[in-house]
Design a binder for this molecule. Structure first.
Ligand code: SAM
Ligand code: SF4
Length: 384
């Protein structure tokens, strides 16, 4: 992995989708009326200006258009947002600029338009390679359409990734192994593999409560996870984070900004940020409802509803929680710097004795392969 230099990321949230998937609790909305993109573009520009006034003089190393479905945005809107970013901050010449795309909203001309606007990486939500499963997941595309979209991404961008969801109802390790191998044959340098999570207030949650969604039991889930790790590592895409796999050096630099507890601005409805102002770290969040966010930005200049200075305790917990998701783990000296104290040596020794963590000669602490399936417990123990 690259050396860990300072980074500044910009996240831009597009809150609309063509339809709402029954498992998803992201801030995404379906609208019958066409979206006024010019109005959104002006609001994004205003919020970028307001944020840059608080944290000026930054060099942007990564930009991420997430959603929702940012591939529903016109390339001209993407170009306008990137122009605004470049007017208020410096964009590093090698900046990673990612756009999340849904395979049902992909066409080659649009992708070329995004590339011309400055996007240099796409991440596609493929989710599954089985049409029956895709329909159960409420997806609007078939497996063929998803793979065609991956093909278009490959022909237009040097860097692309796609997402799959596993540990789905009735899924067995053998089926998943076959599906994953097909996916890996289509993959480039990066793949995100998420275990299905049943999120409160989603239709899947209600189905699950009603006993109508039979999820894999604990042993099957563990076997699915182990299968994922083995097959991806054998294919040269080891996990660099709990759910993310990449060829070494091809990690998503934007997501590394979050996990390494670096600085980022959150722009758009329901976006979160971490800004370093006057030696303090601010946790920011904007209004989630798209239309309310728009009017808030239009009247006040930004959509902020939360702007809190994190305490030392909160910062160090966050550093631990995010950093231990990474295979590279955390730098113990940086932890001591953030927390103002060392991690408890007795707890480290005990987790070490159980084979759940290890420390490196370079002074890093990381979770071992057997430790990852019980990551939450490891973090809770260290943070206690
Ligand atoms: C914000 S979505 C962006 C992609 C795009 N909107 C799409 O669906 O194609 C990011 C990814 O989160 C994953 N995801 C969303 N809800 C999930 C859930 N409940 N469990 C597991 N993964 C989930 C999906 O793989 C999805 O592609
Ligand atoms: S999974 Fe993607 S397309 Fe589906 S509702 Fe969530 S953000 Fe929208």
């Amino acid at each position: 992995m690259n050396s860990i230099e300072e980074a500044f990321g910009v996240y831009i949230h597009w809150p609309f989708c063509q339809s709402k998937c029954p498992y998803c609790d992201f801030n995404s909305h379906v609208r019958r009326e066409p979206i006024d993109e010019a109005r959104f573009s002006r609001a994004f520009t205003a919020e970028i200006a307001a944020t840059a006034a608080r944290v000026p003089e930054r060099t942007v190393s990564t930009i991420f258009f997430g959603g929702g479905t940012p591939s529903l945005m016109q390339p001209a809107t993407i170009a306008a947002v990137l122009d605004a970013t470049a007017r208020h901050w410096r964009i590093a010449p090698d900046a990673e600029i990612t756009l999340e795309a849904n395979p049902s909203s992909v066409e080659a001309t649009r992708f070329r338009g995004y590339r011309t606007a400055g996007v240099n990486r796409v991440s596609l939500g493929v989710q599954a390679l089985d049409d029956r499963v895709l329909s159960e997941l409420g997806r609007l595309h078939t497996a063929r359409e998803a793979l065609d979209a991956v093909g278009i991404a490959r022909s237009v961008f040097d860097r692309y990734s796609f997402d799959l969801i596993y540990a789905r109802p009735r899924q067995q390790p053998g089926d998943w192994a076959r599906e994953l191998k097909i996916a890996l044959a289509e993959a480039g340098e990066h793949l995100s593999l998420y275990q299905l999570t049943i999120e409160p207030e989603t239709p899947f949650f209600a189905l699950h409560e009603a006993g109508k969604l039979r999820l894999p039991d604990e042993d099957t889930s563990r076997a699915l996870y182990d299968t994922t790790q083995e097959i991806c590592a054998a294919h040269g895409l080891p996990a660099y984070e709990v759910s993310n796999h990449a060829r070494p050096g091809a990690e998503c630099r934007h997501n590394l900004v979050y996990w390494r507890a670096q600085e980022y601005a959150g722009i758009g409805p329901g976006a979160h940020g971490r800004l370093d102002i006057g030696g303090e770290r601010h946790a920011t969040a904007t209004e989630k409802r798209p239309e309310t966010w728009l009017s808030r930005v239009e009247t006040r200049g930004d959509g902020l509803v939360t702007d809190e200075v994190l305490t030392r305790e909160e910062r160090s917990d966050e550093f631990l929680l995010m950093g231990l998701r990474l295979a590279e783990g955390i730098d113990l000296a940086r932890y001591a710097d953030v927390a103002g104290r060392l991690l408890d040596p007795d707890r480290i020794a005990s987790l070490h004795a159980h084979g759940l963590i290890e420390t490196t000669a370079q002074g890093r602490l990381r979770v071992t392969l057997p430790g990852f399936p019980v990551l939450d417990a490891v973090v809770a123990d260290l943070a206690a």
